[in-house]
Design a protein around this ligand. Structure first.
Ligand code: CA
Length: 625
């Protein structure tokens, strides 16, 4: 027989495929000397609400073995085989009496133990989680933010090597770069970080973005290690920053080890010639054909991203457990689910329900890239018009407001244009089960940079920022937007995912050290950080109700208010004319206040009866009694 033992690391958790050192004691068994043997999840926790755990075991002809666990508190409920003999799925029940520690899983052929696998259980933590409209989230593409560790730019085991001259290549940014600049992030005034995916993407090219997973349990070595990701989480929490993970379950990367040895014939849908339509409307469309629904849900995203079949119950469980694993492993505050609308709807709903069963206060954001408000609202939990479907998602991405904000300040007033685009979008908030829990943004890693959307006009840029940070919802700032980065999506993703100046040794400008900024960077940074830092201190803007008034003469006015505080926001969209606004029609709120401070200029406003506002500008006025 073969005698097998695990090559232990400091805490065992960092391995994707757990490599065994195999020592030959006798011949004639099923594991070859260099065979990888994988058990996932690589560990689990005691004290979970759900006592069930399903292990995926991968090893040559492993299905020919019998499995034994000798433990009072860990029981095998059921063992499943698939059409591939190299896989077993083992259902375990972890008793509430189970203590943290190790137990052995014996894989036997006849009376011989061919593999003895040591599995570890840790104690579940009681970390408080979740993010809300009190927060502003900073979105970072880790390869493009800061290179904190030049020694990991390329990795001998990973195909794509660093090449900063290639816009679509890997530039060397990493998790250490984020850790090194947490002071910058905190000083900017945001309260949480969402990193684009950090798990391994071992593709020969265009792998930096992270959306083609080749290992669901391992941080890409060019970004760092699992331990470093956990350290990032700890450092974030020390700095009162939250950490949100980005997960993708619609597809994996074509170089995922599954693809070479599929766990089951139905693990992947169709083939690369059958592409999704990217038309998420088919999900909610009562007239949609079954053909259109199938193609949207089961077509491949691109030729290098096989579409995963979450109708396979083992795959569904694998993905759900993977999410829970990362939350517990890294003490995460929230989850952003990429391409949320694409996978099987029942799976998506179960995924969120099961994660929230384990972590009732966590916030889960689904990417809902859809063009209309009802289509986005359909995917927020407890939607009133989604029939029997309930996504259970606390949060969705407010693309309709993004589109409105992209256009509003570029347009003159008309019946539905200009500021009315903002007004009408917000006016339909009755469609959302919780409009204050939608994620709002001016741009992101897939969209034109906002400064570009407004034609490089700093006044319009500031209006967009002021609106984003004061209207309802949970704002996201994409890295570089705070310095008015420029970039057009149609020129390629490299154009909207440029390196953050100062993140690399020898950069001329350092945003992080606030050194040698050009005028637009300085002006944008000062404006954005001023509002962000003020926002942290103001309960009305973070948690208050919203009351807005019909735009009039190209001026839009709204309030965020609580019982005791109020903020007034006034936006003048006229190109040339300053306006003196008669405020009597805002008396519902203003009657309780005597004066105010405009927070971006610190100018005191003594008289609230009439307020003068410059053309193409926004005023954020903290009202005083
Ligand atoms: Ca690096």
């Amino acid at each position: 027989m073969y005698y097998v033992y695990k090559n232990l690391t400091s805490n065992h958790l960092i391995m994707k495929r757990i490599l065994f050192t195999l020592i030959v004691i006798a011949a004639s068994t099923f594991i070859s000397l260099s065979q990888n043997f994988t058990v996932e999840p690589p560990n689990w926790w005691v004290g979970m609400n759900d006592p069930n755990l399903q292990l995926m075991v991968h090893g040559e002809n492993i299905a020919e073995t019998s499995v034994i666990i000798e433990s009072e508190n860990i029981k095998i409920k059921e063992i499943h085989k698939t059409d591939n003999p190299n896989y077993l799925f083992i259902d375990l029940i972890i008793s509430s009496n189970a203590k943290p520690g190790n137990f052995d899983i014996l894989f036997k052929k006849g009376k011989k133990t061919t593999v003895k696998y040591n599995y570890e259980l840790f104690e579940k933590s009681n970390q408080k989680r979740g993010f809300s409209s009190e927060d502003v989230i900073y979105l970072i593409m880790p390869d493009r933010f800061a290179n904190g560790d030049p020694s990991n730019d390329s990795d001998k085991n990973l195909l794509e090597k660093a090449d900063r001259k290639n816009g679509d290549g890997r530039h060397g940014g990493d998790i250490q770069g984020v850790i090194n600049n947490l002071d910058y992030i905190e000083n900017l005034g945001v309260t949480g970080i969402w990193l684009n995916p950090v798990v391994e993407n071992n593709s020969p090219d265009y792998s930096y973005h992270g959306y083609a997973t080749t290992n669901f349990y391992k941080v890409d070595a060019r970004l760092g290690t699992n331990e470093l990701y956990k350290k990032l989480s700890d450092e974030c929490h020390k700095n009162d920053l939250k950490l949100i993970i980005d997960v993708i379950y619609n597809h994996c990367g074509i170089n995922h080890w599954w693809i070479k040895d599929l766990p089951a014939k139905d693990w992947v849908n169709h083939d690369e010639n059958y592409r999704t339509t990217y038309r998420g409307a088919t999900v909610a469309d009562v007239h949609a054909s079954a053909n259109d629904k199938e193609q949207f849900n089961s077509g491949w995203f691109v030729s290098t991203m096989p579409d995963l079949n979450q109708k396979n119950p083992f795959l569904a469980t694998y993905l759900i457990q993977n999410t829970i694993w990362w939350v517990e492993f890294a003490n995460l505050d929230g989850i952003r689910i990429d391409t949320y609308t694409y996978p099987d709807q029942e799976f998506g709903s179960n995924l969120v329900a099961k994660v929230r069963n384990e972590y009732p206060d966590i916030t889960i954001l689904g990417e809902t890239w859809l063009q209309s408000i009802p289509l986005v609202a359909y995917f927020q939990e407890n939607c009133k018009f989604s029939g029997n479907y309930n996504s259970h998602l606390n949060s969705v991405t407010d693309f309709p407001l993004f589109y409105a904000t992209k256009d509003a300040f570029n347009e003159d007033e008309s019946w539905t244009g200009g500021l009315f685009k903002l007004y009408y979008t917000i006016a339909q908030d009755f469609l959302y089960s919780n409009p204050n829990n939608v994620v709002t943004f001016l741009d992101n890693h897939d969209l034109d940079r906002y400064f570009t959307s407004v034609g490089g006009d700093m006044n319009k840029f500031k209006m967009g920022v002021a609106f984003l940070l004061t209207t309802r919802g949970i704002p996201v700032i994409y890295y570089g937007t705070e310095i008015a980065m420029y970039g057009e999506e149609h020129k390629g993703h490299s154009n909207i995912r440029k390196d953050m100046p100062g993140g690399w040794e020898g950069d001329d400008i350092s945003i992080f050290e606030q050194k040698d900024l050009i005028k637009s960077q300085r002006e944008a940074y000062d404006y954005v950080s001023k509002i962000l830092n003020w926002r942290k201190t103001n309960k009305a803007v973070k948690n208050g109700k919203l009351m807005h008034f019909l735009p009039e003469n190209n001026v839009y006015v709204y309030f965020k208010y609580t019982e005791t505080e109020a903020v007034m926001v006034m936006i003048n969209n006229h190109d040339k004319d300053s306006k003196i606004v008669d405020c009597s029609r805002f008396n519902e709120i203003l009657k309780d206040y005597k004066s105010g401070i405009e927070i971006t200029t610190s100018i005191k406003i003594e008289n609230l009866d009439k307020i003068k506002i410059q053309p193409k500008s926004a005023m954020i006025i903290e009202l005083q009694k």
